[in-house]
Design a protein around this ligand. Structure first.
Ligand SMILES: Cc1cc2nc3c(=O)[nH]c(=O)nc-3n(C[C@H](O)[C@H](O)[C@H](O)COP(=O)(O)OP(=O)(O)OC[C@H]3O[C@@H](n4cnc5c(N)ncnc54)[C@H](O)[C@@H]3O)c2cc1C
Ligand code: FES
Length: 275
């Protein structure tokens, strides 16, 4: 079944928001889950987190970062275009409960993936602070939406054009000097989540990271999304994507994410050349 794009918004250079008609997924999706998207018959499936959903309108929202061939094809679609198929909801929902003081940390477009989780954590009675990192002010995605949703937003930019100058993890370290935190949720680059895991371990705080493992089928059949957590093999698509950030082997995850770099580069070049 084809899925119509009902709204498309440019959030920042290389980042697009899509609202897509998909009543079945909209009815069932829970915060933290994702879908596998296939743009056309010959295309690969790629995982995308459902950032938001409207059960009554039958729509889901995704924030797409253009990094390679398929994400760029997806991002090039316009309002009224359709997506060939969406498979989901997939993955385990986020564990939503009352933790107390929660910090959710992200970088640029991954703020989209945090959005419905932050809302659910707020509704569960938590005090939620969102720490947002970005290259510069122009890449602060969902800042206003997050300010409306949570108790506090802390901004860190690499060039100092907004908030603190530096990375989000430095802002987290600073925040922990002055605040008691019960739970940290990280969605972002692997390096960032690895540092969050280390910080959480040092402070004895429960922490979760949503892993961007390479996925092919998204249903536990192919093994592409294999990750090691607390010494055991897990499949990010069915056992995750969220795992205890203090227990993930992030170095292995990073190596596996780079496994197809050459093929991805070639596919992108051919796409750019229009072949
Ligand atoms: C559970 C999950 C949720 C995600 N949610 C979002 C989201 O909401 N928005 C968003 O923009 N991106 C999201 N991603 C990442 C997104 O799936 C990849 O950026 C996309 O697959 C890249 O494909 P490409 O052809 O454009 O780029 P490619 O050139 O193929 O790859 C570029 C990089 O993306 C990663 N990647 C490539 N293929 C896959 C794959 N099949 N699965 C996972 N990562 C891959 C690799 O690290 C690679 O180096 C998510 C990934 C996972 C695992
Ligand atoms: S993507 Fe195939 S097992 Fe997870």
């Amino acid at each position: 079944m084809r899925h119509e794009i009902v709204r498309r918004e440019e959030l920042a250079p290389g980042y697009k928001l899509f609202v897509i008609r998909s009543p079945v997924i909209a009815r069932k999706i829970q915060p933290g889950q994702f879908v596998m998207v296939r743009v056309h018959e010959k295309g690969e499936r790629i995982p995308m987190t459902v950032s938001d959903f409207d059960r009554e309108a039958g729509t889901i929202t995704m924030v797409v970062h253009e990094v390679g061939k398929t994400s760029r094809m997806l991002a090039s679609l316009k309002e009224g275009d359709t997506i060939l198929d969406l498979l989901g909801p997939l993955g385990k929902p986020s564990e939503i409960k009352k933790y107390g003081n929660v910090v959710a940390i992200c970088r640029q477009g991954t703020a989209g993936a945090l959005y419905s989780i932050v809302r659910a954590l707020k509704r569960a009675g938590n005090r939620v602070t969102v720490i947002m990192g970005a290259k510069s002010r122009d890449y602060l995605i969902f800042e206003e939406r997050m300010r409306r949703l949570c108790d506090e937003v802390v901004v860190a930019t690499d060039d100092g054009s907004a908030g603190m100058k530096g990375y989000a993890v430095a802002a987290l370290r600073e925040y922990l000097k002055h605040n008691h935190v019960d739970y940290i949720l990280a969605i972002g680059p692997t390096k960032m989540m690895k540092t969050v895991g280390r910080i959480a371990r040092e402070h004895g705080i429960k922490a979760t990271a949503s892993l961007g493992a390479i996925m092919l089928d998204g249903t536990g059949m192919c093994g592409a999304c294999r990750v090691t957590v607390a010494g055991s093999t897990k499949f990010a698509c069915v056992d995750g994507p969220e795992f205890d950030a203090t227990e993930v082997d992030f170095d292995e995850l990073q190596r596996r994410q780079e496994f197809f770099k050459e093929e991805e580069r070639l596919a992108f070049e051919l796409y750019e050349e229009g072949t």
